[in-house]
Design a protein. Structure first.
Length: 256
């Protein structure tokens, strides 16, 4: 592994008024590593993901990103424009609802091309070529490059959102319930695609889900959240096969 983590989180907390949503979270994420975050609804998973990805400033603590130059950059010391640029270049976000991550009035190719244009590419042929390449990579029909996302199924919209995020070669991707809104058969195919892309491009990723099957397939390491606190963490197979905390034991037994 690299000597420098790609994400370093220390003392991260967030409160909504007097309610604690995330409490004192610490971890490091390394290049090529996938971290799963699980817990029931209201456990603090999505709030934590929003804090990690620069979308919600934490009440306390620090999120530092190991950039391509080897510097650890305090994400919330950056300007808003700086954080937006990170999300266009080195980072990506895959939403549960693909419509939240796509421009629904823009063609499939245009959705992918917009992210390239955001980082300065202005050559139409180059942009379209990359769009075709990424439609192939996510196993979509390249003949539908000019179709609107509204004409695609939910699974195809999710594949398009993935292509849009990965076209600029990010190093870190945040995924919020990436298969949560899909039918079981569609979920299986999308999970297989995600696993191959993450491994093939050596992406670091943080995956939030309530589905233990998703983290079993995707995540190297796992954090279990309850009431805003991380109650257990470790290698995914270890945590799922030999849970130590009573809450984790309950989660695991509920899917057996």
């Amino acid at each position: 592994m690299s000597e420098q983590p790609i994400l370093q989180v220390s003392g991260l907390s967030h409160r909504f008024g007097r309610r604690i949503a995330v409490a004192d979270v610490d971890f490091q994420l390394w290049p090529g590593e996938v971290l799963g975050i699980v817990g029931e609804s209201g456990a603090g998973k999505t709030t934590l993901l929003r804090c990690l990805s620069g979308q919600l400033a934490p009440t306390d603590g620090r999120v530092a990103y190991g950039d391509r130059l080897g510097d650890m950059v305090d994400v919330y010391a950056l300007s808003e424009a700086g954080r937006r640029m990170l999300l266009r270049t080195d980072w990506g976000i895959v939403h549960q609802n693909a419509a939240d991550g796509l421009r629904m009035g823009v063609s499939a190719g245009g959705n992918i091309g917009e992210r390239l244009m955001a980082v300065g590419d202005r050559h139409y042929g180059n942009i379209r070529g990359h769009a075709v390449d990424w439609l192939r990579r996510v196993e979509m029909d390249i003949g539908r490059i000019d179709d609107l996302p509204t004409t695609f199924s939910g699974g195809m919209q999710q594949r398009l959102q993935i292509a849009r995020n990965l076209v600029t070669g990010p190093r870190l991707v945040f995924m919020d319930e990436p298969t949560g809104s899909l039918d079981v058969s569609v979920q299986a195919r999308l999970l297989d695609l995600l696993r191959r892309l993450v491994a093939g491009f050596r992406l670091a990723a943080v995956v939030v889900t309530h589905d233990l099957h998703v983290v079993r397939l995707l995540a190297h390491r796992l954090m279990v959240m309850q009431g805003g606190y991380v109650v257990e963490s470790g290698l995914t197979d270890q945590v799922l096969d030999d849970p130590q905390h009573a809450y984790t034991q309950l989660l695991v037994s509920s899917v057996l």
